[in-house]
Design a protein around this ligand. Structure first.
Ligand code: NAD
Ligand code: GLY
Length: 364
């Protein structure tokens, strides 16, 4: 089936921006042109994505008379650091990039988050364009303006809210994505169903095989529906003073797994999946959902080829990392939990004994 481009909008007043989703978008210069004020851009990518898509993007830009400098970073979550961020600043300064020079992130969430933070801070802010090339970045990280880097003591601890001017999600780029990375993105797709969109969860339960087989129509539908959910949440609560925190289902546990296992050893989406099972387990212990609900959560994640058992870091280590979570308030860890399947809440009063039971029961 032929796919047609869909365009959604993140509604943020005069900072509103389009998300274009579809196949064959990378060669379409007119989608980028309105967001490039002068005839020069800086593309930030990595050693894996550059050989795949950099020349194509450069060609698209050249077709509208735009020249580019390229910053090619090492690949991996382990490089989402201040040292790597400095490589971006070095290149921008060496090439005398100006306030009107947009930064284009070409890659997954690691490149998107770091490039966005560089755009937010270089010369106190330059235009930013997202061209996400992983499922995870197309459904989540490229939308909503969270940018940043990791700190050895905690994930994504340094950053800024800084919105892109446009998001270009070309589904063709997913054809080169390894299977485990596609699965990792599915964890964030499933998240939208679990927290606020039960009909979407049901659709995912019926269409998981088509998604994993990379059926273009199914993928485009899942990406657009995910982005619509995210756009709605971000438009209502850009700076996460309320509802946006729900997008962190599984992330408090998941970030502890990522930090505790060493960045890059568990993919972000894998850690979120195992963390989502922990959140479901804790919700059940609170009496909010049933055993059958927890089984349903596990089942959809297993069908997406995601891990549902967390590593046994020990209760103390989990508590240490989770105590650094950005949702902590007055020293209390606030979890995103399920009141029912399709409805999440933020909850800071989970009894210590129940939390400890979850941290012991969901690990191996
Ligand atoms: P990633 O950026 O590390 O990309 C995964 C791997 O796929 C990398 O090796 C990358 O080089 C490679 N790759 C990228 N595109 C490819 C393609 N088309 N073909 C082949 N290989 C390709 O990981 P990710 O899952 O995209 O993103 C995870 C990051 O996103 C984490 O750092 C996480 O904290 C962050 N994140 C941010 C937000 C946000 O709102 N800003 C939301 C969710 C996750
Ligand atoms: N990925 C969580 C958020 O953007 O808020």
């Amino acid at each position: 089936m032929k796919s047609i481009m869909q365009t959604l909008t993140v509604g943020l007043g005069d900072r509103s921006y389009p998300i274009h989703i579809g196949s064959g978008l990378l060669p379409q210069a007119e989608l980028l042109k309105p967001h490039i004020p002068r005839k020069r851009v800086a593309i930030v990518t990595n050693t894996t994505v550059a050989p795949l898509y950099l020349a194509q993007l450069q060609q698209t830009l050249e077709s509208i008379g735009v020249t580019s400098i390229s910053v090619i970073l090492p690949d991996g979550e382990v490089y989402k650091t201040s040292d790597t961020l400095n490589l971006i600043y070095d290149a921008l300064l060496q090439n005398r990039c100006e306030r009107s020079t947009p930064l284009i992130a070409l890659g997954g969430g690691v490149i998107g988050d770091m490039t966005g933070y560089a755009a937010a801070t270089y010369l106190r802010g330059v235009p930013f364009i997202q061209i996400p090339t992983t499922l995870l970045s197309q459904v989540d990280s490229s939308v909503g303006g969270k940018t940043g880097i990791n700190h050895p003591l905690g994930k994504n601890m340094i950053g800024a809210f800084y919105q892109p001017r446009v998001v270009l999600a070309d589904t063709d780029t997913l054809n080169t994505l390894p299977d485990n990375e596609l699965a990792a993105g599915m964890a964030e797709v499933i998240k939208y169903g679990l927290i606020r969109d039960l009909p979407f969860l049901e659709w995912l339960e019926h269409n998981m095989d088509a998604l994993l087989a990379r059926n273009t129509t199914a993928l485009q539908y899942a990406i657009a529906r995910s982005c619509q959910n995210k756009a709605d949440v971000v438009a209502a609560d850009e700076r996460e003073t309320g509802e946006r925190a729900l997008l962190n289902l599984g992330h408090t546990f998941g970030h502890a797994i990522e930090s505790g296992m060493g960045y890059g050893n568990w993919l972000h989406g894998e850690a979120v999946a195992a963390g989502t099972v922990m959140a479901a387990d804790l919700s059940r212990r609170l009496g909010w959902i049933t055993d059958a609900d927890v089984a349903r959560v596990r089942e959809v994640l297993v069908r997406a080829h995601l891990p549902v058992i967390s590593p046994d870091l020990g209760v103390e280590k989990y508590m240490g990392y989770m105590g650094l979570d950005k949702k902590v308030e007055a020293g209390k860890i606030r979890f995103v939990l399920l009141q029912s399947i399709g409805r999440a809440v933020v909850y800071g009063d989970a009894p210590a004994a129940l939390l400890e039971a979850t941290l012991k029961a969901c690990v191996e």
